[in-house]
Design a binder for this molecule. Structure first.
Ligand SMILES: O=C(O)C1=C[C@@H](OP(=O)(O)O)[C@@H](O)[C@H](O)C1
Ligand SMILES: C=C(OP(=O)(O)O)C(=O)O
Length: 412
């Protein structure tokens, strides 16, 4: 069965940034329509960029290479790591204006200090209005000269993406020496998309060299969201059905498509074609030990279906899942234990033992991935409910309707 999923959150956010930074009009085809990307686009509009979303399938963005056209703005980044990390960096490269950035209670708790530290080191006038190293913060833009800067991106690759995308807007370009990094495939998305808007970043060992000179506008097609597709693939594997997700094939930008390799190791049949990926469940899921450092947004997907494997599932090297929409390692463990499943966790790992999960109300902690992951596992645990089903709006507003249709089509 062909199962289309919405556009990628990560690609939509980057395309919005790059289009705003480019001179002229860019078109974003099939962008993701969700709270994160709505907040990002609304943030750009508040900063004065031209944002025309009349056609939901073709957003038109009028860029401003000199920086935000508005002299002042209050930007609400909501619950989005992308907006909270990318937009202050974009604004900082402007040449005049005062911009304040705030976010949800959880996003206020999530780290931004390595990024704001790098911006301060580059001479940006930036003030944390509350707790040091967190949102809210205020940027007084006066242009960035550029040059050498060090960055620790071991808590979030979004710090590096923000600096990379800002590089071409500086007078001399940036040489970013990276002292630690996580979620590496997201940096590859950034570099590929910067190329799509006319900028070639080069690498010298652990240093990224970003040339000055700005971006050119583009007509950009957003690929489907690979993290969202993980729910479809996991459901196929669990229900013994076949799902083909179009638009995500061998050339896909997103590392999260590699989740299907985990399902393959667990016994599912997987075919990655030139422009689509197909997963067929075989009725069996084997236990597995897997390092998910590169694809940690799919950790909850795997954790939720793990009890149905015939051996332990151990997920390693995912410490950064503790600083996402919630502490995902503990939230997964808490929900699985509530279902009666045996679970152990460590600082950066979780191990889940085979079991028969009991139907409970899942504690979502406001985290879209908690709701979507346990909805998939609910295929085999009828009676599962959620304390906050609408939290899926962050990246997949009609997930529950979508999933109910999929179940009806599969007869499961
Ligand atoms: O750059 C991006 O679009 C993202 C990077 C990843 O975050 P970290 O780099 O913080 O792990 C990922 O979890 C997030 O959903 C989106
Ligand atoms: C971690 C996530 O989002 P972000 O960091 O972009 O808020 C996510 O979507 O799982």
């Amino acid at each position: 069965m062909i199962v289309a999923v919405p556009g990628s959150k990560s690609v939509t956010a980057r395309a919005l940034f790059l289009a705003a930074a480019a001179g002229g009009e860019s078109v974003l085809r099939r962008p993701l329509l969700s709270d994160d990307t709505d907040g990002f686009a609304a943030g750009l509009a508040a900063l004065g960029y031209g944002v025309d979303r009349t056609d939901p399938d073709a957003w038109r963005i009028t860029g401003s290479p000199a920086g935000p056209p508005a002299p002042a703005a209050d930007v609400q980044c909501r619950d989005a790591g992308t907006a909270a990390r990318f937009l202050p960096a974009l604004a900082a490269a402007g040449h005049r204006g005062t911009y304040r950035f705030d976010a949800s209670a959880q996003m206020r708790r999530r780290p931004v200090a390595p990024l704001t530290g790098a911006l301060l080191a580059l001479g940006v006038d930036l003030m944390h209005d509350g707790e040091a190293g967190r949102l809210p913060l205020t940027v007084r833009a006066a242009g960035i000269k550029g040059g050498d800067v060090e960055l620790d991106a071991s808590l979030s690759s979004q710090f590096l993406t923000a600096l990379l995308m800002t590089g071409p807007l500086t007078a001399e370009g940036l040489r970013i020496r990276v002292t630690g990094i996580v979620s590496v495939p997201y940096v590859e998305i950034t570099l590929a998309m910067m190329r799509g808007f006319g900028v070639e970043v080069t690498r010298e060992g652990d240093t990224f060299v970003v040339p000055p000179g700005g971006y050119r506008p583009a007509d950009y097609a957003v690929e489907p969201d690979a993290s969202a597709a993980s729910y479809v693939f996991a459901a196929a594997a669990l229900a013994g059905r076949t799902a083909t997700v179009p638009g995500l094939g061998r050339g896909a930008l997103q590392g999260d498509l590699r989740f299907v390799e985990v399902l393959r190791r667990m016994g599912a049949e997987v075919e990655i074609g030139p422009d689509a990926t197909t997963v067929t469940g075989t009725g069996r899921l084997a236990g597995v030990t897997v390092n998910m450092r590169d694809i940690s947004d799919t950790m909850p997907t795997l954790a939720a279906i793990a009890p149905f494997a015939d051996g332990p599932v151990r997920i390693e090297d995912v410490y950064n899942t503790r600083v996402k929409e919630c502490d995902r390692l503990e939230a997964c463990a808490q929900n699985l234990r509530a279902q009666g499943v045996t679970v152990e966790t460590g600082p950066d790992w979780i191990e889940i033992h085979p079991g028969t999960p009991a139907p409970v109300e899942i504690a979502c902690h406001g985290d879209h991935r908690m709701a979507m992951s346990f909805a998939v596992a609910g295929l085999r645990t009828p009676g599962t409910t959620f304390d906050d089903p609408s939290c899926v709006k962050k990246t997949f507003p009609d997930f529950h309707e979508f999933f109910a249709r999929l179940r009806a089509d599969w007869g499961v």
